[in-house]
Design a protein around this ligand. Structure first.
Ligand code: G1P
Length: 899
């Protein structure tokens, strides 16, 4: 039963009886900090940050368990209570019976509307939830319509428990912190100002005022108030059977006060008589401000139905306009799904990696690799603004090539580690280069490599293996020279240090050491002898890409030289013997990091750009050659793939182990993406992956086969049940990177199979049980998990735009090199994409009159707004930056005819 359907061209969708599916949640947020999750029963929570939760923080299990949620009651004719959210004991009891309310949820970017019709109460209600883009207030707009033949009288009650404190207090003095609450009722609602933020490390006075305000659609105030949970539920009552409603407690007037108790944003309105089909409406505002006058101002802004409806339509169009990418293929559901995929990077920017019910970890902020990957989607939608952000982010790199791992509030603010543990993730140095490469491709701004940026400095030194006892906060968090100056180096220098230190930090098999973990955070128990072949491949690819970036810089440079920190010279020695000699490598690295222990010389040496490029290519080539043979696994039936890791006992983790096979996807992805795997090897890899990892029904390629072992010499992932998260789930991010790598190498059918299966499963609601979008992973029964906040969305977009539709930058020029399959074209033999490039908006239309696949078609002709474009080698179109700049700011149409 497929019961989720799209209802407009913006990806908005509808689903009937959403409460019959568990664990559904929907994100709402403003640009200014408020972040909410709402379930079909208006459970979920709302917060500004870890310290400032308006509603009680929830994890996924609370979604079906917790009734301490937003509610709105209607008491009919003084006797029958009905909850517009469905959260009453009676309505819950009638679920799955003939008397269940008919319910329907419609939603689009940052809004959700829940409609319920009650057969028992003969009424229809709607609740629309949204957060205006520039205000920290969650708005509930409620309507009720009398569906009976006779006039009915309704008394409405708003009921929102106000948690009003730090998430930490959920299990750290929950009761004590309720004693801090100072609660008062106002003409239009309930305000709670805790006296202090409770933190045993140092209590602080509190300014925040949490509130729930409300009025009728025409601005009338509530009649009486229930400012504490106890006032509202009554002795022995519950949130699904509040005695204040069922027994019509009189409540308190405006200007009452309460203190030291759990607070409740509950109040009652005057009864209304509704003739048949007549409607009444109500507005509820939930938020936090630092002064009462701001709350009053906000209330004035949204205190009539007209004002709320206007704000609602503004919110909708604001977010629709933000997603300025549009796909048109043969399948409209897929195109709609892509709308959500393109919206997800916005959610990740606002929520970080925390703050949705599955993401019940972290304290806000984003991790290093997530930060860089989230830039990818920004680069496709709004590239010009990203350059500055990239430059700031390089300030998180240490002079030894490691980096601060958390980005605090505001770009350029770094924290060494969330938990104060000295950890080095060996993949971290990889991502900045990938992002910077895309930036240069899309904008042509190679000059960014010359930008001067400082280095992060703290007590961690020698790549996290030692403590710099001389460092103290007075030194500051920027690297200094022996002369005590803050040192800055070019972004190119940062990149070189990052890639080269990774190159030299090898383990017993001359493969880069795993250290704290790599992309797979859950490979965290092999820090001594663990090695990551997967990311060694990736670094080899990075060395080649960096060489290409340097060549581009060289081609535009008048001096053909660059200045680098003198200490780096040792990393650039041309001693090719060292490439195969682990002890020599270690010596080089230790030489370098010891020179950079506390301060650095600050002296700079000139290097020729072309020589630098050659130097990197040599390293990459030798490395790839070795990887190709040393790590290749062959099976008895023609299988073949790369070993991805060595465990803490120094054993290769993949291959044939008695009667079971151990294969991991990660090694294959980076072997293919980097160019390490040769075409013949890729063929074998795809066959093996199809055989050992692919499960169509649950999203496609799993991260690994079942190892049937806890493997304490590898990481916590093996403690997870097989099929969960990093242990063998269909982990969207890795699957999408697999697709990206395959496309990149021309394996288009194979790449599409990976993307397509993910999309099909996400869209198959009865399997995935998620709203449209790409989840972090699909578990072994196909349920989509950790929805919305995943780097997979950026990579999906990136792959669809730059590989599948082939619309990408090359040193700032626009290249069109479509890798589409016949099945992706619609009935008119057309597939198209709208996407910004170089600050202009383009719609690129591909016509495939002979319905051919990539590989079979050539590009016959192309035009931009009717002007003929040159086709190169029958396969791609290139539009120079100069020509792009000359185009007007209007939208442009490029038509490409395939033959
Ligand atoms: C998440 C984390 C990411 C990590 C990955 C695998 O991925 O955010 O840092 O590399 O798990 O452990 P995401 O789904 O967000 O891309």
């Amino acid at each position: 039963m497929y019961h989720l359907k799209f209802i407009d061209e913006h990806g908005s969708f509808l689903i009937e009886q959403p409460e019959n599916t568990s664990y559904l949640y929907f994100p709402l947020a403003s640009e200014t900090g408020l972040k909410s999750a709402v379930t079909p029963n208006l459970g979920g929570d709302a917060k500004i940050d870890q310290e400032t939760f308006l509603l009680e923080p929830v994890s996924s299990e609370d979604l079906h368990n917790n009734r301490s949620a937003r509610n709105f009651w209607l008491l009919k004719n003084g006797t029958d209570a009905y909850s517009v959210t469905g959260a009453s004991a009676d309505q819950e009891n009638s679920q799955f019976t003939a008397m269940q309310d008919e319910s329907r949820l419609t939603a689009g970017f940052m809004w959700q509307t829940l409609t319920r019709s009650s057969k028992i109460h003969k009424l229809t209600s709607t609740v629309t939830s949204f957060i205006p883009k520039d205000r920290n207030v969650e708005i509930m707009y409620i309507t009720v319509q009398n569906q009976s033949e006779v006039t009915q009288e309704f008394t409405a009650y708003a009921a929102v428990p106000i948690y009003g404190r730090s998430a930490d207090n959920i299990r750290d003095h929950r009761n004590v912190t309720s004693m801090l609450h100072r609660i008062r009722t106002d003409k239009n609602g309930v305000l709670v100002c805790p006296t202090m933020s409770f933190d045993e490390k140092g209590h602080r006075p509190n300014q925040h005022i949490y509130y729930v305000m409300g009025c009728t659609g025409d601005g009338s105030s509530p009649k009486s108030f229930y400012p504490t949970v106890e006032d509202f539920i009554g002795e022995g009552g519950t949130f699904t059977h509040p005695r204040a409603v069922y027994e019509q407690y009189p409540g308190y007037p405006a200007s009452a006060a309460a203190a030291g108790k759990e607070a409740m944003g509950a109040f009652r309105f005057d009864p209304v008589s509704l003739a048949p089909k007549e409607t009444a409406d109500y507005i509820i505002l939930i938020g936090m401000e630092d002064t009462e006058s701001e709350i009053l101002e906000l209330f004035e802004k949204y205190n009539t139905a007209g004002k709320v409806q206007k704000a609602f339509s503004d919110t909708k169009s604001y977010w629709q306009n933000q997603v300025n990418v549009n796909f048109h293929t043969n399948e409209s559901d897929f195109d709609h799904l892509m709308k959500w995929v393109c919206f997800q990077p916005f959610l990740r920017r606002l929520f970080g990696c925390s703050f949705l019910p599955h993401h019940d970890y972290g304290r806000g902020g984003r991790g290093w690799r997530d930060l860089w990957q989230d830039c990818l989607s920004l680069l496709l939608m709004d590239p010009e603004s990203v350059g500055h952000m990239i430059a700031l982010n390089y300030g998180g790199v240490r002079i030894d090539g490691t980096n601060a791992t958390i980005i605090g509030s505001g770009d350029g603010h770094f924290i060494a580690d969330r938990n104060g543990i000295a950890r080095v993730w060996m993949d971290h140095a990889l991502w900045p280069l990938m992002t910077t490469k895309l930036y240069i491709d899309q904008t042509g701004d190679a000059d960014i490599l010359n930008k001067q940026v400082s280095y992060f400095k703290d007590a961690q030194t020698m790549r996290g293996t030692d403590v710099d006892a001389m460092w103290n906060p007075e030194y500051g968090d920027r690297q200094r020279t022996a002369g005590n100056e803050i040192y800055t180096g070019s972004i190119l220098e940062h990149l070189l240090i990052q890639q080269l230190t990774a190159f030299y930090e090898t383990g017993d098999h001359n493969i880069c050491r795993l250290r704290g973990a790599d992309w797979n955070d859950a490979l965290d128990m092999a820090s001594e002898h663990g090695e990551s072949v997967a990311f060694t491949c990736a670094y080899a690819g990075n060395l080649l890409n960096l060489a290409a970036m340097i060549r581009l810089l060289d081609s535009r440079s008048s001096t053909h030289m660059t200045e680098l920190l003198e200490e780096i010279t040792v990393l650039l020695e041309n001693d090719t013997d060292a490439f195969d000699d682990i002890s020599k490598k270690h010596k080089i690295l230790s030489d370098y990091v010891s020179r950079c222990r506390h301060t650095i010389s600050g002296r700079r040496v000139k290097f020729s750009l072309s020589a630098l490029a050659v130097n990197l290519v040599q390293k990459a080539d030798r490395l790839m050659e070795r990887l190709r043979t040393q790590e290749w696994i062959e099976g008895p039936d023609g299988e073949g793939w790369f070993n991805s890791y060595y465990d803490d006992h120094g054993r290769a983790v993949e291959g044939f182990f008695g009667n079971h096979v151990r294969m991991m996807l990660t090694g294959q992805v980076f072997a293919i993406m980097s160019g390490t795997a040769e075409d013949g090897q890729i063929e074998k890899i795809t066959r093996s992956a199809d055989h050992y990892l692919y499960r169509r029904a649950i999203g496609g390629y799993r991260l690994n086969t079942d190892f049937h072992e806890l493997k304490f010499d590898m990481g916590r992932m093996f403690g997870f049940a097989y099929g969960e998260k990093e242990n063998g789930a269909v982990f969207s991010h890795m699957t999408v990177m697999y697709a990206n790598a395959l496309y990149h190498r021309g394996f288009v059918k194979e790449g599409w199979k990976a993307l397509r299966t993910l999309a099909d499963t996400a869209l198959d609601f009865d399997t995935s049980h998620i709203y449209p979008g790409i989840p972090e992973y699909f578990r072994s029964d196909g349920r989509g998990m950790y929805h919305y906040l995943t780097g997979a969305a950026s990579w999906f977009m990136l792959t669809m735009i730059t590989e599948v539709f082939g619309v990408r930058g090359e040193a700032g020029d626009l290249i069109l090199y479509p890798k589409l399959l016949a099945c992706q074209f619609d009935a008119d033999k057309t597939a198209s994409i709208s996407v910004p490039f170089a600050g202009k908006n383009f719609t690129v239309i591909y016509r495939n009159i002979n319905c051919k696949d990539f590989g079979a078609y050539i590009i016959d002709s192309a035009s931009c707004d009717g002007t003929e474009l040159t086709v190169n080698e029958d396969s791609f179109v290139s539009i120079s930056r100069k020509m792009l700049t000359a185009l007007s700011d209007d939208a442009h149409t490029i038509t490409v005819n395939l033959l």
